[in-house]
Design a protein around this ligand. Structure first.
Ligand code: ANZ
Ligand code: ZN
Length: 875
């Protein structure tokens, strides 16, 4: 029988993809049971905010997570791969204002749209565990957790500053302050003090820092960012005695410094505007009071405070320098933060930029005390810029000649042993940049803080049987401010403790709280308690967490703190939520603008071969901009539906995994997606051709010839190597290997087609190779894999198949490559089986073209084969 030459029919993704999705769905194969004897594997992508619609750029991390989930299932794990919605937040309120709708309605509509879009991508998710953080069952549990944290001493209430819009009379979120003005009123924003709730995350600084060392499967970059954010520093507290302290005020100021070595360069002391001494002095100093108010203007974000111009106020007071006793003036300065160190500093303008700016502005002395190495002291100046490098102390009395670390130590020792009024003047101290986490938000669309304020009893927890505290539905957004606050009835309740009329807390929680434990929520099966300890313990930690680098700090740090606190309150056993973390690169795309400067969608543009572009329909020229992160505002987005309709989502998945390492940005191009399409068709043809040449499953023959052995080796190696690549999330490497294998496989098929009949060993090897190929690509192109599985007549679904086991005998490399020398000169090499006899090697060498050419048809005088080493030909 002559085998047919090729499969001509094309793979029709548009028809096949929805069909297989329906079958997966009907058979519930991605639903996960907690009671399952197989080892567990939990893979999670950072859950999305339901902002509207997704574009293909959003899909990359879900596809990566899906490849891991599908791969681990094939490897025999009980895989948890859930999805949910980070559903509270400001955009929903903004939408409510703009469109006159309810934030909940807007949110749930977006969820419905985005759920369908995600389903389109063929993700192997357990949708039965879907959660939305705005669901009362979710946020009710969060309220319980809040109260447990409160009881455990991990939550407290204090006054803290917020952005205040004086025209709209409302608190603004940082993102509602634009260039220092309210986003709606345009009024200059002020800072106001408000009693707010805080999580004591700063108490956990040391353990959060130490825990980073255990997170071996996190990117070093992220661990470093967290380390810097926690910002541990070692320094010295130094007490400065006031010379002329006004009656009734403290007689000293304590500062925190990490550079005690520069103490002789101190030319001023600066207090924060919020320092108790500042406040006391301002009581009867109108000018100082006005200055403090001036400092209060502008937003509360750190970025804003750091970029403000340095401002100071001379209090007229002086302190004694603790080494030497000269008087040092005391200022109030806007750049000194109240909630860091002691809220007071000594300024050394010679060696610190901020102090230098300040001293220059207020004409204070700038004295260098650290001399840069190999510099002439006479020529060394810090008048124009401070010097913050290493060096040798000078202008510094007993410190002169010491290096910086030695000088730090010397100052610490001296001041530790100097006693003033029963206490040492200096004390070593450790400080952390990490601040406590303020969670109160004066917003509607968030988790209500379950507290009732009573004039007699103070803040009282809402009793358990009254949880959840639900958000009222009947709210209006036609006025600025928090609708919960002006709701006619919602906040008016009786005190649970004494029964007197009282008020509900109208603040809601920061949405970062919602995302700090959702991974634990997914562990509970649907219809059970939201945070079941057994379930959480059996699934946590998340084995592989995948998301954007933009969450490297806050979300991950808060989740780590939250998990540690859940551990302390007995809710879960783990301390760290994410054992493995991967931060994927973004998908970027060119931008297009018409002549009027309006952004155009890619589907409105036709690219010309010369790189120029025109608008489809009008033919007007289009300006092509550099690839940028896909974003709605620049319209450089590709909707998943469009890809699904034209190429099929498997092509999109394949393309997203190809070429670029997953941690790097990847550019979406039509050439790229077309390339993926061609490869999908190629796999389809390889499988089809195999089925045509070797239509039935045959038992493995006793002996394999060289051709079938070579193909088997390649296939078995592919399975082993791709497994390793996927374990390490090197998807692009896996894709490259599949390409390489496809070439070998294609060659083997072409050879087989030439013969009149396909030998049984080759028939077996071809079918085996096709099955391995399909199984190996199944996690990446799952729909195509199912279709191919059917063509090969395999049982069951590709999605539930096992990962192909590689025969170890086929993995060892049993060939050896020997260099060939002719008359002592290296001329080439030959690859032969390791066990080949010298006679066999000799024969193989003589058959080479290069030998025939070198010998010009004559026979060689001698051939010396050194087994496993070299072949010498004497001509
Ligand atoms: C004197 C000095 C001399 C300083 C010098 C630096 C350089 P880190 O490393 O981040 O802990 N500082 C202390 N408390 C502050 C506050 N509440 N607001 C603003 N700045 C504050 O930073 C410690 C340094 O930051 C301290 O060391 C202090 O300035 C300043 F050549 O003391 B230094
Ligand atoms: Zn009361």
């Amino acid at each position: 029988m002559t085998p047919p030459s090729t499969t001509t029919e094309r793979y029709n993704a548009r028809e096949a993809e929805p069909r297989w999705q329906k079958i997966w769905d009907e058979r519930g194969i991605y639903r996960t049971a907690n009671a399952d004897p197989r080892p567990k594997y939990y893979v999670l992508e950072m859950f999305p905010y339901p902002s509207g619609r997704i574009h293909i750029g959003h899909g990359r991390n879900y596809v990566m997570g899906d490849v891991v989930a599908r791969f681990k299932r094939m490897k025999g794990f009980n895989v948890l791969h859930p999805m949910g919605w980070d559903a509270f937040g400001l955009p929903a309120e903004n939408a409510a204002i703009e469109r006159n709708t309810h934030p909940g309605k807007w949110t749930y509509e977006n969820i419905a749209t985005m759920r369908e879009q995600l389903k389109l991508l063929g993700l192997s998710l357990d949708w039965s565990r879907e959660i939305a953080t705005c669901d009362p069952s979710y946020y009710g549990e969060q309220q319980r957790i809040f109260l447990e944290f409160l009881k455990g001493g991990f939550v407290y209430r204090r006054e803290s500053e917020v952005n205040w819009d004086p025209v709209d009379n409302t608190v603004l979120a940082n993102e509602q302050v634009i260039d220092g003005r309210g986003w709606r009123s345009g009024a200059l924003v002020e800072r106001r003090k408000l009693a707010q709730w805080f999580f004591r995350i700063s108490d956990a600084s040391e353990e959060l820092l130490a825990g980073l060392d255990t997170l071996e499967r996190w990117p070093d970059k992220v661990r470093l960012m967290q380390r810097n954010w926690i910002g541990r520093s070692e320094g010295l507290h130094v007490r400065f005695m006031l010379d002329n302290a006004p009656a009734g005020l403290p007689s000293e100021v304590k500062v925190y410094t990490t550079r005690p070595d520069t103490l002789f360069g101190a030319s001023f002391l600066a207090l924060s505007p919020g320092h108790p001494l500042t406040e006391a002095l301002a009581q009867d100093n109108a000018a100082l009071k006005a200055f403090v108010e001036e400092c209060r203007r502008g937003g509360t974000s750190t970025a804003e405070i750091e970029t403000q111009e340095k401002m100071g106020f001379d209090t007229g007071l002086t302190v004694r320098h603790p080494l030497g006793g000269k008087p040092v003036p005391v200022y109030v300065a806007n750049f000194v933060l109240m909630d860091y160190g002691t809220g007071a500093i000594f300024g050394c303008p010679g060696h610190d930029q901020r102090d230098h700016d300040f001293a220059t502005k207020y004409r204070l002395p700038i004295v260098p005390v650290v001399l840069a190495p190999d510099v002439d002291p006479a020529a060394f100046s810090v008048a124009d810029a401070p010097y913050d490098g290493d060096g040798t102390l000078f202008n510094s009395g007993f410190l002169d000649g010491l290096n910086v670390p030695a000088a730090k130590e010397a100052v610490a020792l001296r001041l530790e042993n100097e006693i003033a009024g029963n206490a040492p003047v200096g004390e070593r101290a450790v400080n952390y940049r990490l601040r406590d986490w303020g969670i109160s938000r004066q917003r509607y669309w968030g988790c209500p803080i379950p507290i009732i304020h009573c004039d007699a009893c103070g803040p009282v927890p809402v009793p358990q049987d009254q949880l959840p505290v639900r958000l009222p539905e009947d709210v209006s957004f036609d006025q600025p401010g928090n609708p919960l606050d002006r709701h006619p009835t919602w906040k008016h309740v009786n005190c649970p403790s004494c029964g007197a009329p009282a008020r509900r807390e109208t603040d809601t929680m920061d949405t970062f709280v919602d995302s700090s434990w959702y991974f634990a929520r997914f562990a509970s099966e649907p219809g059970t308690d939201p945070l079941q300890k057994d379930a959480a313990d059996s699934w946590l930690a998340v084995d592989q967490y995948i998301g954007g680098i933009e969450h490297a700090i806050l979300h991950l740090l808060y989740s780590r703190f939250f998990t540690r606190t859940l551990h302390k309150t007995g809710r879960v056993s783990v301390k760290e939520p994410f054992a493995g973390l991967f931060t994927q690169g973004m998908i970027v795309h060119e931008t297009y603008k018409d002549s009027a400067g309006k952004w155009l969608f890619p589907e409105e543009v036709e690219k010309r071969p010369d790189g120029t572009a025109v608008r489809i329909g009008t033919e007007e020229p289009v300006t092509v901009g550099a690839p940028e992160k896909m974003s709605k505002s620049k319209r450089n987005v590709v909707p998943p539906e469009v890809v699904a309709d034209t190429y099929g989502v498997d092509c999109a998945r394949w393309f997203m995994l190809s070429d670029t390492p997953p941690e790097r940005d990847s550019e979406w191009t039509s050439a790229g997606i077309e390339g993926a399409w061609r490869f999908v068709q190629r796999i389809w043809r390889l499988v089809g051709d195999t089925a045509a040449l070797a239509p039935v499953e045959v038992a493995p023959p006793d002996n394999f010839g060289p051709e079938s052995t070579a193909l088997r080796r390649a296939a078995h190696r592919l399975a082993a190597q791709v497994a390793d690549d996927v374990e390490r999330l090197r998807f692009n490497v896996a894709v490259a290997r599949v390409h390489g294998f496809a070439n070998e496989f294609g060659d083997a098929l072409a050879q087989a087609r030439k013969a009149d009949t396909v030998a049984p060993d080759l028939a077996f090897a071809l079918r085996e190779a096709a099955s391995i190929l399909v199984a190996v690509v199944a996690p990446m192109v799952p729909h195509l894999a199912e279709e191919c599985w059917t063509v090969l007549g395999r049982d069951g679904l590709a999605a539930t198949a096992s990962w192909p086991a590689s025969d170890p005998a086929l993995l060892v490399d049993d060939t050896v490559t020997l260099p060939i020398q002719i008359n002592g000169k290296r001329r080439g090499e030959i690859t032969v089986p390791k066990e080949a006899s010298p006679a066999e090697v000799e024969q193989a060498v003589l058959a080479l073209d290069l030998i025939a050419q070198a010998l010009d048809g004559r026979a060689p005088k001698r051939i010396i084969v050194v087994p496993q080493r070299i072949v010498n030909v004497v001509a």
